[in-house]
Design a protein around this ligand. Structure first.
Ligand SMILES: Nc1ncnc2c1ncn2[C@@H]1O[C@H](COP(=O)(O)OP(=O)(O)OP(=O)(O)O)[C@@H](O)[C@H]1O
Length: 260
């Protein structure tokens, strides 16, 4: 295992057996994520980004290779509640309040009520939703709902946050705002974040490490260590350094594209 790695993937392959034959979702994926990294996975549809996140979260089993999370298997890491997972859609239960949604995993795990109440308050503050505990999801905007789902993923105070295109369905202005807030949250909590996106500017703005993937079979074609400072105002996107990284990501995507 690489020294200091919080996630270590070695020669990971995953083939789905389907009625139309095998689908090679991942082939020979090697990746090391350090504690406190913000890693984005970018690549065309079907290149295995979600599959890789699901392998880390113990929701899929690789066909070959090994993955270690905090030095143990994904299954052991899941049982130790090493990660929170944020999905593409906010996925909040409409019949529960925002507080009730965030509390649900804590209720299931049998946390004491005062602990539940304290955690709900803390995570709502972290995502700037203090005071919205008693609202229902439909009373919140799409961006606020997505923040509530991030709060739910933070409820266990897991070290690792796995985020699968959480802002994909939101308009650009809301997305910019959430990107800024996510960076602030990351700085405050020192979490390790793995983030799937289709957006080059989003990947470059957020990440310390950008993983470029290509499809058929899904594999990593480039890993870019970002030289940008960790503190990033939105207008950093107009700087030559930013544009240079964006250019390299674009080249990586182009090189890996099959055009079929
Ligand atoms: N459970 C499954 N059974 C069969 N094939 C699957 C399964 N899950 C994913 N696949 C296939 O594996 C490949 C990778 O899928 P995956 O969802 O990981 O891609 P992705 O890069 O996240 O795509 P997108 O950007 O569209 O979300 C695709 O060809 C997909 O059809």
């Amino acid at each position: 295992m690489t020294e200091g790695a919080i996630i270590d993937a070695r020669d990971v392959s995953l083939t789905f057996q389907t009625n139309d034959g095998p689908v090679h979702a991942l082939r020979d994926v090697n990746l090391s994520v350090e504690k406190g990294d913000f890693v984005s996975f970018i690549g065309p549809s079907g290149c295995g980004k979600t599959t890789f996140l699901r392998v880390m979260a113990d929701l899929e089993q690789p066909t070959a290779g090994t993955v270690l999370v905090n030095g143990v298997s994904p299954e052991e890491a899941r049982k130790a509640r090493a990660y929170g997972y944020v999905f593409q859609a906010a996925g909040l239960y409409p019949w529960r309040t925002i507080g009730g949604n965030i509390r649900l995993p804590l209720e299931i795990m049998g946390y004491d009520r005062p602990v539940q109440a304290r955690r709900v308050k803390e995570v709502l503050e972290l995502v700037d939703l203090a005071g919205f505990e008693k609202k229902y999801p439909w009373q919140l905007s799409g961006g606020m709902q997505q923040r509530a789902s991030i709060a739910r993923a933070l409820a266990f105070d897991a070290d690792i946050l796995l985020m699968d295109e959480p802002f994909g369905a939101l308009d650009e202005i809301v997305r910019d705002h959430l990107n800024e807030q996510l960076l602030a949250l990351w700085a405050r909590t020192q979490k390790t974040i793995c983030f799937v996106t289709h957006s080059i500017p989003e990947a470059v703005y957020l990440s310390t490490k950008i993983v470029v993937m290509s499809p058929r079979p899904g594999r990593i074609t480039d890993v870019i260590e970002s030289p940008l400072p960790r503190e990033r105002p939105l207008d950093i996107r107009d700087t030559p350094e930013f544009l240079e990284i964006a250019h390299r990501v674009r080249e990586g995507l182009r090189a890996g594209h099959a055009y079929d």
